[in-house]
Write a protein that binds this ligand. Structure first.
Ligand SMILES: [Zn+2]
Length: 229
C-alpha cells in the first residue's frame, strides 16, 4: 500500500453512475446496475462476487464476510513436501501428505475484510484453510449489497504461504529448512467469496467452518454491526 493520496472520480464502467465510496473498502457496487467493481493499480475493474448463502432456516442474524479463495496446485505442493524427506520426520511428513491428498482441490482462504491486525487474518484464514469446508456458491447480484473487501487480490496471494504455514503443526512450523522449500502456486486467480457468519453476542460463528471467533477480530463500520441481511 502506498501513502499517496489520489483523488479519483469513481464511476461505474457500465452505466456511468457515480459509485458510493465506503471507508477503506476497495470494492464498490453500482447503485443503478448493481455491478461490482474493484480498484486496481490501473483503475477500476469489473469484479465477480460469489456468495455462500446462509441456511434459510436460521433465525440468527447473519453477517457476510468476504474472503479471497485461492485454489492451489496440490500436486506441486505434495511434490515439494516429498522433497523434504531429509528434514522432516516420516510421521509428520505423512500427516501433511495425507491431509493434502484427502482433498481433490485444496484452497487457501484469505480474509479480505478489514481485520484488527495481522494475527486476525492468520487466525481466521488458518481455521478455514485447515477445514477445507465444502460450500455452495451463488453469484452475488442483488441490489444494495456492497462487499466489505479491504484487501487487494495481489495482497491475498502474498499472504497465502503464511496462512498455509499457520495450518501446520508447530513442530513443522519450527522447521525453517522445510518451510524454505514449500511454496504455493495458485492454479487460478483469487475468487472473492462472501461467507456467512452468525452473530452470537460478542462472537461470530462461521456457518461453513463450524467455529467461533471473537467479533473484535473484525473491523466493521459501525452501522454494519447492527444490520441484518
Ligand atoms: Zn452501473
Amino acid at each position: 500500500m502506498s501513502g499517496e493520496f489520489i483523488v479519483r472520480h469513481l464511476r461505474c464502467g457500465h452505466c456511468g453512475t457515480e459509485l458510493p465510496v465506503m471507508g477503506r473498502y476497495i470494492t464498490f457496487q453500482c447503485e443503478t446496475c448493481f455491478r461490482y467493481w474493484i480498484i486496481t493499480g490501473s483503475g477500476l475493474e469489473p469484479l465477480q462476487v460469489f456468495r455462500s448463502p446462509a441456511p434459510g432456516d436460521s433465525e440468527t442474524e447473519t453477517l457476510l464476510l468476504p474472503f479471497w479463495i485461492i485454489p492451489i496446485d496440490s500436486h506441486l505442493l505434495r511434490h515439494g513436501i516429498s522433497q523434504a524427506r531429509e528434514v522432516l520426520p516420516g510421521s509428520e511428513l505423512n500427516y501433511l501428505l495425507d491431509r493434502i491428498e484427502s482433498h481433490d482441490r485444496y484452497s487457501i482462504f484469505v480474509p479480505a475484510f478489514q481485520a484488527t491486525n495481522t494475527f486476525a487474518y492468520l487466525k481466521i484464514g488458518k481455521l478455514l484453510t485447515r477445514k477445507q469446508p465444502p460450500f455452495r456458491l451463488v453469484r452475488a447480484e442483488d441490489p444494495g449489497r456492497p462487499v466489505m473487501c479491504a484487501l487487494h487480490p495481489e495482497e491475498a496471494v502474498q499472504l497465502m504461504d503464511f496462512i498455509f504455514i499457520a495450518t501446520l503443526p508447530e513442530s513443522i512450523q519450527e522447521s525453517g529448512d522445510f518451510l524454505k522449500d514449500v511454496h504455493l502456486n495458485a492454479t487460478s486467480p483469487p475468487r472473492l467469496v462472501e461467507l456467512p457468519f452468525e452473530i452470537r453476542g460478542s462472537a461470530l460463528y462461521s456457518v461453513v467452518g463450524g467455529f467461533e471467533i471473537s467479533s473484535r477480530l473484525v473491523e466493521l463500520p459501525h452501522a454494519e454491526k447492527n444490520r441484518s441481511y
